[in-house]
Ligand binder design. Structure first.
Ligand SMILES: [Zn+2]
Length: 394
């Protein structure tokens, strides 16, 4: 026999799942009538209607009137409430901190950034990030919006479950408990993840979800990481450290890598490899992009060499995961279009025919995938469990 407390727990779970399903369907479709919502999700009209009433009261959805073609009373459509709250997205990379505020529909409404240097003390860089986050929260408060949380994307090994940046090689930071310290400081939920994972999530949020279910987002800069979205979900691995694609071994006698090993993928593709191959240090990505645009033959040879190695690594990922989408982005984004054709050709040559049959390799069209995805960490956590924001509890 089921105990009363178990029954109650089951009801809470069912209610949470139903609320989450309704919010996610509205996010995907834009607008829907109550009756269509119930039908598509296989709920009774009564169940759907009760949940919608709670979501309306919580301000997470709104009703908009529409007039049917021809005569008759106007009907009501439901949609995600833009003013349901706002989320902060933040990213700390090697040269810059960027912070945005998005509404509950995921529209960016505010942004700010600041230059940093990897040589600055850790406290100075984190202080800069905290100031921008505080500015973003103050902006939302002035707009009368409810803060839903902060999402943070970081380059390095991130234990997202425990909210700790375990190791950031480019900044040389270890064990920074961002979630705990920021939740204490800002009094809102904080989510952190690797910047390639947040970029994958950001891309997936605005991409066509039906054709981008298995994607790798390769964030290529000083380091290289892959955000893996497998069967529609971010893949973190057993300790949260999956996606270290840059350290995939690609040359048995290759160059020494910052990780201590030899022949890692990132020794052939990325900013340090570009510096070595062009004999330019520090590297000026804008100048290299300009040179490539103006058909500099020497630079194009370097780009082709790099594309060869990029394609080789992607062929391995495609064989392993049977991906439908590979997105190239990160700090080197402006250079990547000059490598794309060759990269695609190598993937076609080197990956097995069947796993590569549906794969598309593209350069991201946006610069803000990672910071936008950081804000999406917050929105997704609410879409997955809206119960704490809804007042009436069964
Ligand atoms: Zn390595």
């Amino acid at each position: 026999m089921q105990r009363v407390s178990d029954k109650k727990a089951d009801q809470v779970t069912v209610r949470r799942l139903n609320m989450s399903a309704i919010l996610k369907l509205l996010r995907e479709r834009g607008t829907l009538a109550r009756a269509d919502l119930a039908k598509e999700l296989g709920m009774t009209r009564n169940t759907a209607s009760n949940i919608v009433t709670d979501l309306l009261q919580a301000g997470l959805v709104v009703e908009t009137e529409f007039r049917r073609a021809g005569a008759g009373r106007p009907g009501l459509l439901l949609e995600i409430a833009p003013n349901g709250g706002f989320a902060i997205g933040a990213e700390i990379d090697i040269s810059r901190v960027i912070v945005i505020a998005v509404d509950f529909r995921g529209k960016t409404l505010w942004e700010a950034s600041a230059e940093i240097s990897a040589k600055q003390p850790r406290a100075t860089i984190i202080g800069t990030a905290e100031q921008l986050v505080a500015d973003g929260l103050a902006w939302g408060a002035a707009e009368g919006l409810k803060p839903l949380g902060i999402g943070l994307g970081l380059a390095g090994l991130v234990d997202s479950e425990n909210g700790i940046l375990t190791y950031a090689p480019t900044l040389d930071w270890t064990d920074v408990p961002f979630q705990k310290t920021w939740e204490e400081k800002f009094a809102v939920p904080v989510h952190i993840d690797n910047e390639a994972n947040t970029a994958a999530l950001g891309y997936h949020t605005y991409a066509d979800r039906s054709t981008a279910r298995n994607l790798a987002y390769l964030s290529i800069g000083v380091g290289m990481a892959a955000g893996l979205m497998l069967e529609g979900h971010l893949f973190h691995g057993s300790g949260g450290f999956a996606g270290q694609a840059g350290h995939m071994k690609i040359r048995i006698d290759g160059e020494k890598c910052a990780c201590g090993d030899h022949g890692c993928w990132v020794t052939e593709v990325g900013v340090p490899a570009l510096a070595r191959k062009t004999k330019k240090s520090p590297i000026d990505l804008a100048a290299i992009t300009k040179g490539l645009r103006e058909n500099d033959a020497e630079l194009q040879t370097v780009a082709d060499e790099m594309a060869e190695m990029l394609g080789l690594g992607i062929a391995n990922l495609v064989n392993l995961f049977n991906l439908d989408t590979v997105i190239l982005g990160g700090a080197m984004r402006s250079v990547l279009p000059f490598m794309l054709e060759k990269t695609r050709a190598v993937v076609d040559q080197r990956a097995l025919k069947q796993p590569r049959a549906n794969v598309r390799v593209k350069v991201s069209g946006r610069d803000d995938d990672s910071v936008f995805g950081a804000a999406c960490l917050v929105l997704d956590s609410i879409m997955n469990d809206p119960v704490p924001l809804v007042r009436s509890q069964i």
